[in-house]
Write a protein that binds this ligand. Structure first.
Ligand code: FNR
Length: 318
């Protein structure tokens, strides 16, 4: 996998499942990250071929719930993002998925208490020795690319120092979210501090933060000096942000997302959550559409709501 000149779908918990990744790719995303999955959870899974829909599923033993679903079609561009605080466990988990994905990424930016209290996500940013341990262990034992995603540290100098240490582990690329750990999503991303990292490294840096339109890809590239850009909320609100000709109508994007959710038998809770996030941005959950999504119990309910019953019939018959 190459990391230069790429438009990248960011990892998003409960959003970045297979149908959403395929949707983003259809509109032009070159690399698509899956939602963060914790190593503890993956190591409790079995790998199964799902012959009905043609997917590869990692299914939790005991509960039978699908923790990670992928398919051949995305094998060359899907990145498995992992939450971890331990090199050996990270390697065990990475080895389970490495034949089915294009790369493995370690989340070093999540500020949520669940991650940080478990020593994962942004907690790693203060532990450079542990970062080194995790990344070198993965690098030495895996044949697919290993990367990580960080946030900015307190000073630009600190971020650059950490980024240089990360580069020395042999990772293939580094994604930098241009916010600091205490920053809120509404705070502007600091593109100039991403630029400092880009200027100090030789490996590709993927710039992330505040890309909401196709033109922003070019703006952030110029401002940071990198050629690869990652987008989260801009893609969640309209996945066709990756289209060079401009965004498609939101209604069409939503319908296509529901269609793909049905065809790939996505978890209804994940599909509803994603639709609710889209609706909250564009309108309101208090309006009839929002209420109907909240009330939906199954993918067939959503098929009726969005007029894609044919996809559901196809799914049932095949
Ligand atoms: C995220 N983000 C995130 N980051 C990560 O490394 N792993 C993850 O699983 C998630 N999950 C997640 C869910 C949702 C709903 C959002 C909005 C964000 C952070 C994300 O990848 C990105 O770094 C930030 O959102 C900044 O990019 P944008 O939104 O300014 O393009």
């Amino acid at each position: 996998m190459e990391y230069e000149n790429k438009l990248v779908l960011a990892p998003m918990v409960r959003i970045g499942t297979l149908p959403f990744r395929l949707l983003a790719a259809e509109y032009g995303a070159d690399i698509t990250y899956g939602e963060e999955i914790i190593d503890h959870k993956l190591v409790k899974c079995d790998r199964r071929l799902n012959e009905k829909i043609g997917s590869i599923d990692f299914v939790e033993k005991g509960t039978g719930s699908v923790v990670f679903r992928t398919c051949d079609e995305e094998k060359d561009r899907v990145v498995f993002q992992m939450g971890t605080s331990d090199a050996v466990r990270a390697l065990t988990a990475a080895q389970m998925v490495c034949k089915d994905v294009a790369a493995v990424d370690i989340n070093m930016g999540c500020p949520k208490s669940f991650s940080v209290s478990g020593g994962m996500g942004a907690a790693l940013l203060t532990k450079p020795d542990l970062i080194h341990d995790i990344l070198t262990t993965l690098r030495r034992n895996m044949s697919i690319p290993v990367t990580c995603k960080i946030r900015l540290l307190k000073s630009s100098q600190d971020t650059v120092e950490l980024a240089r240490r990360i580069e020395k582990t042999g990772v293939s690329a580094l994604a930098v979210h241009g916010r600091k750990v205490p920053d809120r999503p509404r705070d502007p991303a600091k593109w100039s501090e991403i630029a400092d990292v880009v200027a100090s490294l030789s490996i590709p840096v993927i710039a992330n933060g505040d890309v909401f339109d196709y033109d922003d890809f070019q703006r952030i590239k110029v401002a940071t000096g990198t050629s690869s850009v990652m987008v989260a909320r801009g893609a969640l609100w309209n996945a066709s942000i990756f289209c060079p000709k401009g965004k498609l109508p939101w209604e069409d994007v939503k319908r296509e997302y529901v269609r793909k959710s049905i065809l790939w038998d996505n978890d209804i809770k994940s599909t509803k959550h994603t639709l609710k996030e889209m609706i909250m941005h564009h309108s309101s959950l208090e309006l009839p559409e929002g209420k109907a999504v909240i009330k939906s119990d199954s993918l067939v309910d959503l098929a009726r709501l969005y007029g894609v019953e044919k996809s559901y019939d196809f799914f049932v018959k095949n």
